[in-house]
Design a protein. Structure first.
Lengths: 383, 224, 187
């Protein structure tokens, strides 16, 4: 690390006392960095003067791995990108590959995909809010309330796909298996009771003085910067841009559902906006889930697609609105069973572009909250 | 918020409501460990008192859910395992396995002739990521997922390497742990077999008709 | 989602080519920055994805109708190259994508950085530099991002061979062990 090798700190004269800038290496093993992420922070007292994110501790070259195996074989590896949201990761990859082989997805499968994706969004947002409050200093209780709700949805995932987190459930042209009997009823129960939890959580947290004073006006992200830096997902909408791929691209069957896209009015978003956008998005997800559970019908769940295939030479870019932002897969086929180029556009990594801009001038304790409000998962940042 | 510290009372009230509600209010709260979705509504055998009462049979008969998966097993149709094993050592799963944890060697008789079964079939459980790709690519329905979960062992290398004989499980056992899936798979195999037999029968019929025709023609020739 | 027509781009920049098979605009050498600024001014405010693609030298067989009207198979060698691919969208008009490709040679890979135009290229171009070894002219902070600073080579290049496995572990099979020692295990 360059900390020891660079002793040329500027000296600051302050009331006759000589003080130095302090360089702190936060992470990689720091509980607030959500994994193995490091920030080299330069501090003047408690104020952040400079910040440099350092990546790569969890790098395993996922893209190279996928280029050396067939299309189907890299599906389970996509689960491990953003390990909270394996279902949406699967969907993005399936979407890109389905463009290459041009296969129709049956209607029941499309409905189940929407249900799984929205449940995943609930899981992600509820966990994020729990961890965010944890970063603020409320250790334990709010996080565990959040985890209690997440647990019920993970039970649903386990019953449908066999695994709680690494679901590996989507296939090119449909889904791996149908949901077991009674699953939809059970899912309906979970969805019906979720708003009770949200009401309670909002009552507990959204007007809490500590949360208001710690998050409002902290980590401001102006709209122009957010657009230019390619920030996507709830973070972009918190900065006042109503851009949601479920509305813009209408992939899958999202054109059949009625839902609103929450965004803030104004030119800038702070940590509180990003927190509230996620709460509001969960309410919209519940609405979509109710419509989907009411609209689903019996039928096939797998289109006419082979397990192992050789697509014609072509390029495709499939992107979906993941819970963290735009998750894209860029595939180049060259006529062999393996993709010639396989690229993941990770929302977590690109949202981190603006970390430095948001943290400068703030306090070191705020850097932790700002990082928490960006919502990163290191499996996806480092790939 | 007007009162200073009002948030504390609010928070305490929510905590208290959650505490009391966990005893009384069942409508708003689903318990996290809830098996009411199961047909019999009962906990799976052994799960309730798991660490205390850890029976011999636990890992062999307990399934958590129908699709629960942990690592693969090889199916045989009963009797002497190696006589009825479905695997023909075609090595498709070895090729497709994403973490490359399967190792197969073909079996040969003393004349060097390939007999359709594996001589070596190893799965390194420490590498296996339970993704079920091997099950999906297998054309012979020979490999399926087990739901056994007690795999702890003091030996890091040998203990986590499942040899062929550890992996062999009967179809009855499969029916016990994944009843719906096993029934569907059996139905599929039966349908394939029936189709194959019908085809065979049709071919035989055709051959016989051809032979008869030939014979009658020959008889005609003779009559001339 | 409405597609963006590539025709205006080709009209404005006559040197640019349109690659029909890939659906991408091939940016002429040295004009990437001007083109990016022009596109930004015409509504493409969001650069979603930046990545590299490595092509080794390869032989392509093509069927061509010759002067006499006969179809014959011609083999030509396609030179090695690296493409830097940009996927552009418009957030204000909700349209896209428009795909840009900067082509560069493999030996002396160099491209123009578009980070001054779209900030989102920042980390992604660093990644392309790290994994493909493309030097971005005008990038404000070009360092390795995923690999460590002392790392040699660019692992996403197609001809990259890994050094002897640094995280070697004994495995139960002799054959895998041997493959490991030859550095040939598929990872």
């Amino acid at each position: 690390m360059s900390t020891a090798a660079a002793p040329n700190y500027e000296l600051i004269q302050q009331d006759g006392l000589e003080t130095n800038l302090l360089e702190v290496s936060m992470g990689p093993h720091h509980p607030s960095t959500h994994g193995v992420f490091r920030m080299d922070v330069k501090l003047d007292g408690e104020t952040v003067v400079d910040l440099r994110p350092v990546f790569g501790y969890l790098h395993r070259n996922h893209e190279k791995l996928a280029e050396n195996m067939s299309y189907l074989s890299s599906m389970p590896f996509t689960d491990r990108l953003d390990y909270f949201n394996s279902m949406t990761n699967n969907w993005a990859y399936a979407l890109a590959a389905e463009k290459l082989i041009e296969v129709e997805v049956p209607e029941r499968a499309e409905y189940l995909r929407v249900i799984m994706a929205e449940l995943t969004r609930l899981v992600n947002h509820v966990t994020l809010i729990g961890f965010f409050i944890n970063d603020l200093g409320a250790l334990g209780t709010p996080l565990l309330y959040a985890f209690r709700e997440r647990e019920k949805i993970l039970d649903l995932f386990e019953q449908a796909s066999g695994a709680r987190m690494m679901c590996n459930y989507f296939r090119f042209g449909g889904l791996r298996n149908d949901v077991p009997e009674g699953w939809l009823k059970r899912a309906g129960e979970v969805v019906d009771r979720f708003p009770y939890f949200l009401d309670e959580y909002e009552q507990l947290l959204c007007e809490n003085e500590i949360i208001l004073s710690r998050t409002q006006g902290v980590g401001n992200l102006p709209r122009e910067l957010a657009i230019s830096a390619g920030v996507t997902g709830p973070m972009l909408r918190a900065s006042g841009v109503a851009y949601d791929l479920r509305k813009v691209d209408q992939y899958g069957i999202y054109d059949r559902f009625k839902f609103r896209v929450p965004y803030t009015e104004g030119d800038t978003g702070d940590c509180y906006d990003r927190f509230m956008i996620r709460v509001l998005e969960m309410r919209e997800s519940i609405g979509i889930l109710k419509q989907a559970l009411a609209g689903i019908s019996e039928g096939e769940i797998m289109g006419n697609a082979p397990r192992v295939f050789k697509p014609k030479p072509a390029e495709s870019y499939g992107r979906i609105e993941g819970p963290k932002g735009e998750l894209g897969f860029y595939l180049i086929a060259d006529g062999t069973p393996k993709p010639y180029r396989y690229r993941v556009r990770p929302p977590s990594l690109i949202n981190l572009t603006v970390l430095r801009d948001m943290c400068l001038g703030g306090k070191i304790a705020d850097a932790v909250i700002i990082l928490g409000s960006i919502d990163i998962v290191l499996g996806e940042v480092d790939r | 918020m007007s009162i200073l510290g009002g948030g504390i009372f609010k928070g305490m009230a929510v905590t208290l409501r959650n505490f009391l509600g966990s005893y009384t209010n069942k409508k708003e709260r689903l318990p996290t460990i809830d098996y009411s979705w199961r047909a019999d509504g009962a906990l799976p055998q052994g799960i309730g008192d798991y660490p205390k009462e850890k029976g011999e049979q636990l890992s062999d008969t307990t399934t958590v859910t129908e699709y629960s998966r942990n690592f693969p097993m090889l199916l045989h149709d009963g009797g002497e395992p190696m006589d009825t094993v479905r695997c023909v050592a075609c090595q498709i799963c070895e090729r497709e396995c994403p973490p490359q944890c399967i190792y197969i060697e073909k079996d040969y008789d003393e004349n060097g002739k390939y007999i359709k079964r594996p001589a070596v079939f190893d799965i390194d459980v420490s590498v296996c990521m339970s993704c079920q790709i091997c099950v999906e690519v297998c054309p012979f329905d020979a490999i399926v997922m087990n739901s056994q979960f007690e795999l702890s062992t003091p030996d890091r290398f040998g203990g986590l390497l499942m040899r062929r004989d550890d992996l062999l499980k009967s179809n009855d056992y499969y029916h016990k742990i994944h009843p719906e899936e096993a029934a569907a798979r059996d139905a599929k195999i039966a349908a394939e077999k029936a189709a194959k037999e019908a085809k065979k029968k049709a071919a035989a019929e055709k051959a016989r008709a051809a032979a008869e025709k030939k014979a009658t023609e020959a008889a005609k020739e003779d009559a001339k | 989602m409405n597609e963006i027509s590539h025709e205006p781009v080709l009209q404005q920049f006559p040197d640019a080519e349109w690659d029909e098979a890939a659906g991408a605009v091939i940016v002429p050498l040295g004009q990437a920055r001007t083109m990016a600024e022009w596109l930004l001014g015409h509504g493409l405010d969001y650069c979603s994805n930046v990545t590299g693609v490595d092509y080794l030298e390869r032989e392509v067989k093509e069927k061509i109708t010759n002067d006499a009207g006969e179809v014959e198979t011609v083999t030509r060698t396609e030179p090695a190259r690296i493409d830097v691919v940009y996927h552009l969208y418009s957030m204000q008009n909700k349209t896209g994508p428009l795909v840009l490709k900067q082509r560069t040679s493999r030996d002396n890979a160099e491209a123009e950085s578009l980070t001054p135009v779209w900030r989102s290229c920042d980390l992604q171009e660093r990644e392309v530099f790290d994994l493909f070894g493309v030097n971005f002219k005008g990038h404000p902070d070009q360092r390795r991002i995923l690999m460590w600073d002392e790392f040699e080579g660019h692992p996403m290049r197609k001809d990259y061979t890994e050094p002897f496995d640094y995280e070697w572990e004994p495995t139960p099979h002799n054959e895998i062990l041997e493959k490991h020692q030859k550095g040939k295990v598929i990872v």
